[in-house]
Design a protein around this ligand. Structure first.
Ligand code: 26Y
Length: 819
């Protein structure tokens, strides 16, 4: 094969040039003279995809190799971000591609901006899945990410008159060159109907599920290249379609409209991503989506396994299936159904296989964010699964009662069915009972899991619990998004850190080095200038790259306390108003993040940020020393510009509420210092970088729960803290709403009467800590040292480390041997 079709495989400039021209003509069907920017982007993308195919097809052939365990990452969300740049980095062809395009009169950066990112996720959980696929491929572990090919991903956010407006995300509009449709890989998925008992040829009583609808899932495959690893893994997303036979049947009996309705229903399933990061009770379509992708994925695994072996007895040796939160937890009942109903397994054997295969990752402690489905709804969509769940539950609770005789309360608390009032299926319980491992996503989170939401499970089965602290991929979040810092680091310590980021420790000897420090500052300053340009273009606001870039970007949520940051800014503003000569450290406050469309308070917080910003930004007394920016449409693409330009990373959630956080890691890796509470992975970040290089404030998780159980009264803090009272009174009094006292009243009321997230209790500690930040920023040398040390000590937070832990502690999966 050597030398064959060099122009489709080679990474030299002329091979790439020829490949791009070839795709422009033969794939895009465009003459040079008429090619649009999108044509060039598509041609380049296909040329890059071609270069992934040898490794990919090799990896796909491993699916047939019975010796190799495949990791299946089941996730309702994969927030992959733009593919082009990442693939150029991982294949090592960024520079030749740039040159090839230049020779063709095209600018690579412009084409990179042409890609519409696949926003098939809400935030942290979906982005984690994407980082994990990058690490799996980089570590040469055979893996498939299974999910849903939403036609519309997370909405695009616009800001109109300070409010969030949602626009549909039409990411497929101009085509998707990265995916390959596999019309031959399809599965049928049943929905609704009822069950029947019958006796089979062997005289066994079996169950038949008679659905009232059947839909079809079609596989769409996207290659995921490892970083120069020679392995390309697979992201397989399911699109729902109508089953042809079903149509024809209805058509034949003349019921044309019913056939059309069935088709519409079928296509609705994968239509749109739910833009919430907390469940809404009773959304039938959401349960339909979850079952749809889980069923397709498990049927696909069964097919692959049967190509390897003739019996399903060894299924757990072929696949390690990870449940990304409870969203795919119906897999517990579906795998049982496939084994028992469709493959005639005995219950006990099937149960043993199911538990050996599945493992569950929990991502939240908030009780209101735990998924549960009303029983009647569940029964109407998945009647057979409900029966199976009852049987799983009966056997599980029998065991519990046997060991813990007389403790009926315990059984009720552990039950998969919530019977306190309205009855629900508790998905976290289903996932826990059906898994051989349960993990949290940061050390503190796992400890709290064991003490709170999964306490009873931990007490009966402590051996199931693990911690795997989250990580992020240094490829996208450093090499791709921060080429300046990447170059500087690599000049000093080589490029081994990209796959072995513990090598970043090699920067420590340079921490006080004058030349290195100025080069470091220069990179940060350039990143800030670039971001300043984008801010100007998108918001019209002019910001000074010399000021401290103080950044809070993440989904908008009360527990993440964006409004605590608002109180801080108002406090600084008031200090200036009281003394216009006051010596304040100039800061640019950058907010970003989407609010769930139905989350009123979150949307009001966005409006508050913008309204407050208008007043602060235009006040002549402020004289441009404070600038407030709400950066619209925070997503992966925008994140890649924001993290590298940050001086200060805001990680200010109420302790005990943020499971891990992963933005915190991206900031620190890019040289921002953190101001944060002891929450989620902040705890471990601080441990790694050293307490002296981290701005810590606020109550601990234990103090939070003590304060709450003692009957927390926010008015006490309001009464005692003058600056706090002034800020709240100004919001209430209409200072930021043109005198309208009604606008922010719900927010103020909540703070004064409930303050579930303890903003008032943490306010003073936060302000005092921010004063220390301001002072520290004035000592350029010390700040730069801290910044370098943050980067040097981030090794632990690589997703490679996390994936190695999953492989050894949960999946028992190993890398492919080098060939
Ligand atoms: C039920 C459905 C509407 C739903 C959809 C998305 C529920 C939750 C979510 C997303 C949750 C999420 O993103 N959680 C975050 O996971 C990150 C990765 O582990 C954590 O770092 C972060 O703390 C956690 O909030």
């Amino acid at each position: 094969d050597e030398g064959r079709e060099e122009f489709r495989r080679g990474s030299a400039v002329d091979a790439l040039t020829r490949a791009i021209l070839d795709h422009l003509y033969f794939t895009q069907a465009r003459p040079l003279t008429l090619a649009t920017r999108n044509d060039w982007y598509m041609a380049l993308a296909y040329a890059v995809r071609d270069r992934m195919l040898d490794d990919w097809l090799k990896s796909l052939s491993h699916l047939r190799n019975r010796e190799l365990k495949i990791v299946s990452y089941l996730s309702a969300e994969f927030l992959m971000g733009p593919h082009l740049g990442n693939n150029l980095v991982n294949l090592g062809i960024m520079e030749p591609a740039r040159e090839a395009l230049a020779a063709l009169g095209q600018d690579l950066d412009e084409l990179l901006r042409q890609e519409e990112e696949p926003g098939l996720g809400n935030g942290g959980l979906g982005r984690l899945a994407a980082c994990y696929l990058d690490s799996l491929a980089t570590l040469r572990v055979p893996a498939i990410g299974y999910g849903i090919r939403y036609e519309f991903g997370i909405f695009d956010q616009e800001i109109r008159d300070g409010w969030q407006a949602e626009k549909t995300d039409k990411w497929l509009r101009l085509g998707n060159p990265w995916e390959i449709c596999r019309p031959e890989i399809t599965y049928e998925v049943k929905v609704g109907g009822h069950t029947e008992r019958f006796t089979d040829e062997k005289g066994c009583v079996r169950v038949r599920w008679v659905p009232n609808k059947v839909v079809k899932g079609v596989a769409y495959d996207t290659p995921v290249a490892g970083y120069r690893s020679g392995v390309t893994d697979l992201l397989r997303l399911w699109k729902s379609e109508a089953v042809e036979s079903f149509d024809f049947q209805a058509f034949n009996v003349g019921d044309y409209y019913r056939a059309v309705e069935a088709k519409i229903f079928s296509e609705t399933i994968s239509k749109v991503l739910y833009p919430n990061d907390e469940p809404e009770i009773g959304k039938a379509l959401r349960l339909g989506q979850q079952y749809f992708f889980v069923s397709c994925s498990l049927q696909d695994m069964v097919r692959i396994h049967l190509l390897r072996e003739n019996s399903l007895d060894t299924f757990a040796a072929s696949f390690a299936v990870q449940l990304n939160d409870t969203h795919p937890s119906i897999a517990v009942a579906e795998l049982m159904r496939l084994l028992v109903d469709e493959h005639q397994f005995e219950w006990d054997a099937a149960w043993q296989i199911t538990r050996a295969t599945l493992a569950y990752t929990n991502h939240t402690l908030l009780p209101e964010a735990l998924e549960k489905w009303p029983l009647p709804l569940f029964a109407s969509i998945l009647p057979r699964h409900l029966e199976i769940i009852y049987e799983i539950n009966r056997r599980f609770l029998d065991e519990v009662r046997l060991v813990h005789q007389g403790d009926d309360q315990l059984a009720a608390r552990l039950s998969i069915i919530d019977e306190n009032g309205e009855r629900y299926v508790r998905m976290a319980h289903l996932a826990s009972v059906g898994s051989h491992a349960i993990n949290g996503v940061a050390a503190l989170h796992t400890e709290l899991l064991k003490q709170t939401v999964l306490k009873d499970f931990y007490e009966i089965h402590p051996e199931l619990f693990r911690n795997v602290t989250n990580g992020v991929t240094p490829r996208r979040w450093m090499v791709l998004s921060n080429p300046g810092l990447t170059r500087l680091i690599t000049e000093r310590i080589g490029d081994g850190w990209v796959t072995n980021p513990d090598e970043l420790r090699g920067l420590e000897p340079f921490v006080a080095d004058q030349t290195f420090q100025s080069a470091w500052q220069k990179v940060k300053r350039e990143n800030k200038s670039v971001l300043a340009g984008v801010i100007k273009a998108r918001t019209g606001i002019v910001v000074d790259p010399a000021s401290l870039f103080d950044v809070l970007v993440k989904r908008i949520h009360e527990y993440k306390r964006q409004h605590l940051k608002v109180l801080h800014i108002i406090t600084l503003y008031n200090r200036i108003k009281h003394d216009p000569q006051a010596d304040v450290t100039p800061r640019t406050f950058i907010f970003g993040g989407k609010a769930a469309p139905g989350y009123f308070m979150a949307k009001l917080i966005i409006k508050l940020v913008n309204s407050m910003g208008e007043v602060v930004n235009s006040d002549p007394d402020v004289a441009d020393r404070l600038k407030v920016v709400f950066f619209p449409d925070f997503n992966v693409t925008n994140g890649q510009m924001v993290y590298p330009a940050a001086d200060l990373s805001e990680q200010i959630s109420t302790a005990g509420k943020e499971a891990s956080g992963t933005g915190n890691m991206k900031f620190s890796l890019n040289g921002a210092l953190t101001i944060g509470t002891l929450d989620g992975a902040n705890v471990e970040i601080r441990e790694e970088v050293g307490a002296e290089n981290f701005f810590l404030f606020g109550l601990t998780a234990a103090e939070v729960s003590d304060l709450k159980s003692g009957g927390y009264d926010p008015r006490k803090w309001y009464g005692e803290k003058t600056e706090l009272r002034e800020a709240i009174d100004q919001i209430a009094g209409g200072l930021f709403s043109h005198g309208d006292r009604g606008l922010f009243q719900p927010l103020v009321e909540h703070l004064l009467n409930r303050d579930d997230y303890l903003l008032l209790a943490d306010y003073q500690a936060y302000i005092d800590c921010q004063d220390r930040v301001s002072a520290a920023f004035r000592d350029r040398k010390r700040w730069t040292e801290m910044s370098i040390l943050n980067v040097a000590r981030m090794g632990k937070f690589s997703s490679d480390r996390a994936i190695r832990e999953y492989c050894s502690d949960i999946w028992q999966a190993s890398p492919l041997p080098q060939d």
